[in-house]
Write a protein that binds this ligand. Structure first.
Ligand code: HEM
Length: 155
């Protein structure tokens, strides 16, 4: 009898990050490691930290766990990661960073545009009087060196 695994959004997994209730997700599967905390050769703290993030995939892989460790996972399996919540503004596996990064990029782009906008407008503020000055100087130069003046001067 194939049991349907329950699916949990990442936001719910992160709620279970205490010593007495500790869930984490690795490769899209959700594990309740509460009873494993004390037995984990890497210590309980790392598990609790990963649980607080929810997605422990990278942490688990970075350590280079043995195949024995990987096969232990199945005994703690309680469900799968619900990725559909991302469409409703939720967070998905490995994408909480991505989402934030995306927002960050938009913010950076906006800031850059704003900066460009303000710099180009300050450029205009600077260039307009400069051009007026140049025009005024050229006008004065031609006026004071005009042939008419030279012709009518009696020096
Ligand atoms: C349910 C998930 C996990 C299981 C079943 C598990 C199991 C194991 C096992 C059996 C070992 C001994 C070495 C080996 O066989 O590879 C180990 C070591 C280790 N684990 Fe995990 N682990 C899990 C999750 C994590 C997570 C999320 C981290 C986060 C960083 C982590 C960090 C470590 C570290 C640092 C060691 C090395 C300990 C040492 O060599 O002193 N583990 N783990």
């Amino acid at each position: 009898m194939a049991e349907e695994l329950k699916s949990f959004p990442l936001s719910e997994i992160t709620l279970h990050s205490s010593k007495s209730d500790c869930w984490l997700t690795i490769h899209g599967k959700v594990y309740d490691v509460t009873n494993f905390l004390e037995d984990h050769p890497g210590g309980e703290d790392v598990l609790l930290e990963s649980a607080a993030k929810g997605d422990a995939t990278n942490d688990f892989e970075d350590v280079g766990h043995s195949s024995a460790a990987t096969s232990m996972l199945s005994s703690y399996l309680i469900g799968t990661l619900d990725t559909s919540s991302s469409k409703n503004g939720g967070v998905v596996q490995q994408s909480s960073k991505g989402v934030k990064k995306g927002d960050g990029n938009v913010a950076t782009k906006t800031a850059t545009l704003e900066r460009q906008g303000s710099s180009s407008s300050s450029m205009r503020k600077f260039i307009v009087p400069l051009i007026s000055l140049v025009v005024a100087f050229v006008a004065w130069y031609y006026y004071s060196h005009s042939p008419k003046k030279a012709c009518c001067s009696h020096h």
